[in-house]
Every structure is written in structure tokens, then in C-alpha cells.
Design a protein around this ligand. Structure first.
Ligand code: ZN
Length: 250
């Protein structure tokens, strides 16, 4: 999923949002730049939580990380890996009908089509969530909280046995790499062009991709709420099991 969707989902899970929770909710994609194995970036949330219970910021950060990851199952598990009885996750399933158009609009080799069509679906979801609500502003505020970012990078450095400065730099880069505006199909497509160039040295047809993102938002409108409630129920069960749901005082 895209960043504003992650912040939105973390807020849904806990009924509140804070800078630490927001930063945690996007952190697996930041850690992915430091630890290339997905199991490291998206699959160690429970361990991180266990190492973070003594400090409120670090605890909320770790809770945010779990809402995002794949093990324990966070929203990326249901979006990417497995949803209901489908072959893969929700975003791959919804992306099936967009594969051909995605190959054309993003100038892709055919074997990358399904993967990138799932990104288009994710951007359709990001558009639904981020065009109406202040999740981009919440992220901008979080990225300005340098004291918290330093504290969290110290913890990430300890946890992954890396120099905290590497994480600090990654957070900075990530802030410039994502769309924190009240998103539009056009702003998401323009940002995707930069991401595709950075990652694959490819330029996309921005207007065509913007139209595809609008189509994706339409495609998910029929059952996104169902998906959201399914994932929410399961993730809240996971937090109950981990004894990490909010207490009455939070
Ligand atoms: Zn992710």
C-alpha cells in the first residue's frame, strides 16, 4: 500500500494517530531500503514490539510497524500476499484487468505488468483516502519531528545492527520520494514517474497513468470497504493476541 493508506489504516486499528504511530506505519518501506530481504523489513514487527515496550514512543512506533507488515499479518499481507481464496492479495486481484493498459502506460516489459498493475490499484486506494483527508499533512508533520525521528532511528539501528544515521538518511529521502499532498490522480502519477525512474530507469506516460489511477479508484469502489473491514478485524485480533491494543487511558 501507499503511505497515506498506511497512516489511515493505523488510525483505524487504534482509533488514534500520533507521530510515532504514523512513522511506524510507513517504516517497513523505509527499512526496505536498508534491509533488502522482505522478511527483515516487513516480517519482524513482533520482535520489534517486544524490544520496545518500555517507552511510549517506541511502543507506538512498533505498533505502527505491525499494522503495515506481512508477518505478523498487517495490511501489506492482505493487499499483496493473500486475500480470501485468491492467488495473491487484494491489490493483485483487482489489478488483473489493468495489466495490459499498465504495460502500455508505463512502458514495461510484459513480465512486470501484473506487479505494476497492483501498484496502480494501490494508487487508486491512495487517491480515495488521501484526496479527502489530512493524512498527507499528518505525514509532513511527522517528518518535521526530528527529535522523534532520531529516537526511532536509534532504536532501528540497535534492532537491525546498523548505523542509525543510515536510517535517518533513509527517512529524509523517503519524505522527498512520496506524495504528501492532498493527492490527485495527476500528483500520484507524477510521483510514480520519479519512483519508476529511480527504481527501473523507466519513464511513464504521466497522463495515461493518471487516467488509469482514476480507473483503479473506480474498480476498488465496489469492495474496498469489505477488504478494509476484513483486514482490520484480523489485525486487531493480532494486537489483542500480542497484548498491544490501546488501553482505556490512551
Ligand atoms: Zn510495504
Amino acid at each position: 500500500m501507499y503511505p497515506q493508506t498506511h497512516v489511515f489504516f493505523a488510525e483505524k486499528v487504534f482509533g488514534f494517530i500520533s507521530d510515532a504511530l504514523a512513522l511506524g506505519s510507513i517504516f517497513p518501506d523505509i527499512a526496505g531500503g536498508v534491509c533488502p530481504r522482505r522478511q527483515d523489513s516487513h516480517g519482524r514487527g513482533a520482535e520489534l514490539l517486544a524490544a520496545s515496550r518500555d517507552d511510549e514512543d517506541l511502543f507506538n512506533f512498533a505498533r505502527g510497524v505491525i499494522t503495515h507488515g506481512t508477518d505478523p499479518k498487517g495490511i501489506d499481507y492482505y493487499g499483496d500476499e493473500k486475500y480470501l481464496s485468491f492467488e495473491k492479495g487484494y491489490c493483485f486481484e483487482k489489478g488483473r484487468t489493468l495489466v495490459e493498459e499498465t504495460i502500455q502506460a508505463c512502458h514495461l516489459p510484459p513480465e512486470m505488468g501484473w506487479w505494476k498493475a497492483h501498484n496502480i490499484i494501490e494508487m487508486g486506494i491512495e487517491l480515495r483516502i488521501g484526496s479527502q483527508s489530512p493524512y498527507g499533512e499528518i505525514l509532513s508533520k511527522t517528518f518535521a519531528n526530528v527529535r522523534l525521528i532520531e529516537k526511532i532511528c536509534k532504536q532501528a539501528g540497535r534492532f537491525y545492527r546498523q548505523d542509525p544515521a543510515v536510517f535517518f538518511q533513509r527517512v529524509r529521502n523517503f519524505a522527498n520520494y512520496i506524495d504528501t499532498s492532498r493527492v490527485s490522480a495527476r500528483s500520484l502519477a507524477a510521483c510514480y514517474d520519479v519512483q519508476m525512474f529511480t527504481r527501473h530507469r523507466l519513464h511513464i506516460d504521466v497522463d495515461r497513468v493518471a487516467r488509469l489511477i482514476l480507473k483503479a479508484a473506480e474498480i476498488v469502489s465496489e469492495d474496498f470497504n469489505e477488504f478494509l473491514h476484513y483486514a482490520l478485524r484480523d489485525v486487531q485480533k493480532t494486537f489483542a493476541h500480542l497484548k498491544a491494543l490501546p488501553t482505556a487511558t490512551e
